[in-house]
Design a protein around this ligand. Structure first.
Ligand code: AMP
Ligand code: DBH
Length: 549
């Protein structure tokens, strides 16, 4: 075995052997995975993007050209690269090209801003950054690149799709060229292939090292569970780099079976329904926050588009049972709930489950070797059907975050179980139900907000004495954020509304991702405290719950 990525925790030998012996880990890397689909399904369309359709052969060739060009630019196996691109075919080409070169992609999302990006560069020493000029969000990513480069001198290679300004052209990386053999140097299957991101519970997203072997096992099994096949066409309007979009069963599941990904940069029902019709989409994956607008639009237009899908997957946050019921009863949708995490474990409701199970549970795990524990606050198992903390270990769940020894000591047990932070219950029929979270985290329609990170940013403002961020129930998104602020007043103090606007602008300038900017800001004189002297968030939460409309 090559040297494992420094700062990543390998699977213990006895587990690795077991997973191989059971046929879960087959020793294939992600580069060969694409190569295999390109040989098997050469003429099939792999990606529909705007006016372009790309077959597997073309896709695979572009990946090799791109790897060659990147090698000529000076990137080498073992380097790391931050990839932050909108949904476009070039995203997948760049991802696989980096893998083919042996460079580790870091899967940033379009909503990330310089607080997150900077930390990725600082944690990894990444030498390259891939972005689009403005992306779909009308935000200038080149400006972000400049800011990151100013403080991270090892960032030498910046590739921009669209107007490249002073940087290199990303489009040029796909130009035909003689493929250099020495450029093709993917890491072996048992090595870390890329760094996925967690939503983060204590601050900036943590980096999740995933190996080729473990990731592809989850992809193949997911494709089977989702019954994907050559004729499947998966609509992708969630950010493509997210773990759900990549692997549950996601784009990789589609590439495994020779089907097609249909890309959209905007998840509005108008765009999505148009793409579903245009490309005869069979499958779509969504976060719960998008389900209601889609249903409203279908209702308004008396459109039966949702029932034409073979499967609508919903995951990332808890889907309210009422919404699940309406989907099935009113819209005749074949629904699949997906409860997963970038750290590993993914659960699916299965197509042959009863409507009751599909509506009220998040299904069952992928693998019989996904070990699941449901424990009380003292790490003792709870009785079946009781709520407890979910811990897991298995053939595609990491054994530690990247370069996070201290954090790992808390998030993993000594025998390697990951403490997910989720509160769950396992029913008599084996189905898992997510009941909440024990970690301090706000789940804003699938986008995870670490309260501590936003609080830390808030208190850097000279007039903020104290800040507490709490979840606020929201019909559409499940949860939104509300910041409580103790404010140091000055002469000529502006109104609370104006102060709120200034504070939001301050957080944007600070570089927080857009979804982390508080949805509501309340200025209060006196904070409630617990007996222990900590800010009593329960009281604050009750207050917003009582006032939420
Ligand atoms: P991350 O660790 O950032 O990948 O986020 C994973 C977390 O999202 C899980 O641990 C859950 O808290 C939450 N999550 C994902 N899917 C679901 C779902 N279907 N229902 C409830 N929570 C979910
Ligand atoms: O929320 C998630 O991270 C998630 C949800 C569904 C995920 O990582 C997945 C499926 O693989």
């Amino acid at each position: 075995m090559q040297n494992y990525l420094a700062g990543a925790v390998p699977y213990p030998e006895q587990f690795a052997n077991l997973y191989r012996q059971k046929g879960y880990w087959i020793g294939q890397n992600l580069s060969d995975f694409l190569q295999q689909s390109a040989s098997q399904y050469a003429e099939n369309i792999a990606i529909f993007d705007a006016e372009i359709e790309i077959n597997y052969q073309q896709f695979n060739q572009w990946v090799s050209y791109c790897a060659t060009h990147l090698y000529q630019h000076g990137l080498r196996a073992g380097d790391k690269a931050v990839v932050q691109m909108p949904n476009c075919y070039q995203f997948y080409v760049v991802f696989f090209a980096l893998i083919r070169l042996g460079v580790l992609p870091i899967m940033s999302l379009p909503a990330h801003r310089h607080a997150e990006l900077n930390s990725f560069f600082q944690q990894t020493g990444a030498k390259a950054y891939f972005c689009a000029d403005f992306g779909a969000q009308k935000f200038d990513y080149r400006e972000l690149a400049r800011k990151c480069q100013a403080v991270n001198p090892e960032l030498q290679h910046i590739f921009v799709l669209g107007d490249q300004a002073e940087f290199s052209s990303l489009a040029d990386l796909l130009q035909q060229t003689a493929i250099l053999e020495q450029a093709i140097n993917p890491s072996s299957a048992d090595q870390v292939a890329f760094l996925q991101l967690s939503g983060g519970s204590t601050g900036i997203p943590k980096l999740i090292p995933r190996t080729h072997d473990d990731y592809l096992y989850s992809v193949r099994e997911s494709a089977n569970i989702c019954q994907l096949e050559q004729n499947s066409r998966l609509l992708m309007v969630l950010p493509a780099a997210h773990n759900f979009s990549m692997s549950s069963a996601g784009a990789l599941g589609i590439f495994y079976v020779g089907g097609a990904v249909v890309l959209g940069t905007d998840p509005s029902p108008e765009t999505a329904f148009h793409l579903i019709r245009k490309h005869q989409v069979t499958d779509a994956c969504l976060v719960p926050a998008l389900v209601r607008p889609w249903m409203d639009k279908a209702r308004k237009d008396q459109d039966d588009i949702l029932s034409t899908l073979r499967c609508l997957q919903v995951g990332g946050a808890r889907l309210p049972d009422t919404v699940a019921t309406a989907l099935i009863q009113e819209f005749n949708v074949k629904l699949q709930q997906v409860f997963g995490m970038a750290e590993g474990l993914v659960n699916y409701t299965r197509f042959d489950m009863s409507a009751e199970q599909i509506i009220h549970t998040q299904g069952i795990k992928i693998s019989e070797d996904d070990e699941i524990l449901v424990l009380d606050d003292n790490d003792q198992p709870v009785a079946i059907g009781q709520i407890g903390h979910l811990l897991t270990r298995g053939p595609y769940t990491i054994r530690g975050y990247y370069q996070a020894a201290e954090h790992n000591a808390r998030s993993f047990t000594p025998d390697g179980f990951y403490r997910t932070g989720d509160l769950v219950r396992i029913r008599e029929d084996g189905c898992i139900v997510v009941e909440g979270r024990s970690k301090e985290q706000i789940n804003r329609g699938g986008e995870k907000i670490a309260t501590e990170e936003v609080e830390q940013a808030l208190v850097t403002h000279p007039q903020v004495r104290l800040a507490a961020l709490v979840a606020m129930p929201d019909e559409m998104l499940g949860e939104k954020s509300c910041a409580f602020i103790a404010w140091q007043t000055q002469d000529n103090e502006p109104s609370a509304i104006r102060r709120g606007m200034q504070l939001r602008q301050y957080l944007k300038d600070y570089g927080l991702a857009t979804y982390k900017i508080p949805d509501r800001i309340e200025f209060i004189e006196q904070f409630p405290y617990t007996a222990f002297g900590k800010i009593d968030k329960k009281v604050l939460r009750k207050q917003v719950e009582a006032e939420a409309v």
